[in-house]
Design a binder for this molecule. Structure first.
Ligand code: 5RP
Length: 236
């Protein structure tokens, strides 16, 4: 499980550096999570203080709410077919900028929004860099509720060492996504990210996995906040 309170300063530096890339007239995709939240807050400040004129779309209920709270104009996703830039966090990032996402169970809309974006910028702290995906994090898989048993068994057949139904916090029972589905967290040993993304996606009943390796949703830029660095961040 991710720790939303860790490395706060690095997350702030990354989020604010990404928000500085946004220009008036752009349509902006708002990511989900504690790092993306810093970018959303910075965009709100820029709209208020600099007159930045942007429209936004959100990757989750919580990022929509946050955007509105910060005074941003947030459209519904079905009103747009392309986005200029989207900014989001990640749970793991490898050296090819493949990602694991879905720590906030928002990876289905995140993958859609980032695939629609001309430019997808990932913001994170250095703890998210890994040698290979799956080192620390399980792969989140959003599943239609009736497919739960089938997909759990199929993920084990595909080599998952464990497959856990994600439990809610402060509610008895499972996490229910913004789309009304469930999340299985599948822990794999070393894997080929594009191949596993494809294989999971092919299972009936799977809505989306948190591997971002094959689609247009792989980021063009990663901004890693680093308070020890002169600029406050590293980029790759
Ligand atoms: C939500 C996500 C988040 O972007 C990811 O979990 C990183 O979150 P944080 O910035 O809080 O560490 O994929 O589904």
């Amino acid at each position: 499980m991710k720790d939303v309170n860790a490395n706060t300063e690095a997350k702030r530096l990354a989020g604010e550096a990404a928000a500085a890339l946004v220009e008036s007239g752009m349509l902006v995709g708002l990511g989900t999570g504690s790092t993306a939240a810093f970018a959303i807050a910075a965009l709100g400040r820029r709209a208020q203080n600099e007159g930045l004129q942007i429209d936004c779309v959100a990757t989750s209920f919580v990022s929509r709410t946050l955007g509105l709270e910060h005074g941003l104009r947030v459209l519904f996703l079905d009103q747009v077919s392309r986005i200029d830039i989207s900014i989001d966090g990640a749970d793991e990032i490898d050296s090819d900028r493949n990602l694991i996402k879905g720590g906030g169970a928002a990876h289905t809309l995140e993958k859609l929004v980032h695939s629609m974006s001309d430019r997808f910028v990932v913001v994170a702290d250095l703890s998210k860099r890994v040698e290979r995906l799956g080192e620390k994090f399980a792969v989140p898989v959003e599943v239609l509720p009736p497919a739960l048993a089938f997909v759990r068994a199929a993920l084990k057949e595909q080599g998952a060492e464990s497959v856990e139904l994600r439990a809610a916090v402060r509610k008895d029972g499972p996490v229910v996504t913004d789309n009304g589905n469930l999340v299985l967290d599948a822990k794999f040993g070393p894997f080929d990210a594009p191949a596993l993304e494809d294989a999971i996606k092919r299972l009936p009943g799977v809505v989306e996995s948190g591997i971002f390796a094959r689609t247009r949703a792989r980021p063009g830029d990663c901004i890693l906040g680093n308070p020890g660095h002169a600029s406050g961040f590293e980029r790759f």
